[in-house]
Design a binder for this molecule. Structure first.
Ligand SMILES: C[S@@+](CC[C@H](N)C(=O)[O-])C[C@H]1O[C@@H](n2cnc3c(N)ncnc32)[C@H](O)[C@@H]1O
Length: 200
């Protein structure tokens, strides 16, 4: 449904505005230490772009044409190259550094990637051995009545919110492949997880 992606892209920033005020300090803190080759997965409308230091050479990828166009018209800087492609795209293998990325940025994206286990494997494949995975993701509020509500509404929410799942535990699944050097949880509507991780 191509037209729906344009509706999503048009309303994404206004819809997120209230939430973004609270997410901003996490984004800023995680991104302020980036440098070298950085891969931002699912850049959306480009909210992270102003937060990268000049020392970061960012490859930002975004598979939705509507989101890609929004991001391209907003906040692009000389150290950011934006590509219209997804994580699974073979084109990414052509642009990635031979020894992998110094940083991979995964913010609000693992909820909506279709092949979720493959995405986590792909992060491990694309990250340098001593690279860092920077994570900011909303997670399922497991074991709470709110979590049960999330399970109930997820089949309705997912198609409305462009594939966003409310029932994933990205924290637990990422920890199978990555070790958290720093991590934290917070509550903002649902539960959220942030982390600086390295490959196990
Ligand atoms: C909720 S938006 C988040 C955008 C941005 N990362 C942020 O922090 O605001 C999720 C984005 O992930 C993108 N996405 C979904 N599947 C993807 C995939 N397989 N590879 C890369 N990006 C993907 C979507 O197109 C969407 O723009």
């Amino acid at each position: 449904m191509g037209w729906y992606q344009y509706v999503m892209a048009a309303f994404y920033d206004p819809f997120m505005r209230t939430l973004e005020g609270d997410l901003y300090p996490y984004r800023k803190r995680l991104l302020s230490g980036t440098r070298g080759r950085v891969l931002e997965v699912g850049a959306g409308t480009g909210v992270n772009f102003p937060l990268y230091p000049d020392a970061a050479q960012v490859d930002a990828i975004e598979p939705s044409r509507a989101m890609y166009l929004k991001a391209r018209n907003k906040n692009l800087r000389p150290n950011i190259r934006l590509y219209h492609m997804g994580l699974e795209s073979p084109e990414l293998d052509r642009i990635k550094p031979a020894d992998g990325y110094d940083f991979i940025v995964s913010m609000l994206v693992l909820c909506s990637v279709r092949d979720y286990p493959a995405a986590i494997d792909r992060y491990a494949e694309l990250l340098k051995d001593n690279g860092r995975l920077l994570v900011l993701e909303h997670i399922h509020s497991t074991g709470t009545s709110y979590g049960r509500f999330q399970r109930f509404v997820n089949p309705l929410w997912r198609p409305l919110a462009d594939g966003c799942n409310l029932t994933r535990r990205q924290d637990l699944d990422l920890k199978q492949r990555f070790y958290p050097l720093e991590e934290g949880y917070f509550r903002l509507g649902t539960d959220w997880y942030w982390a600086v991780m390295k490959k196990r």
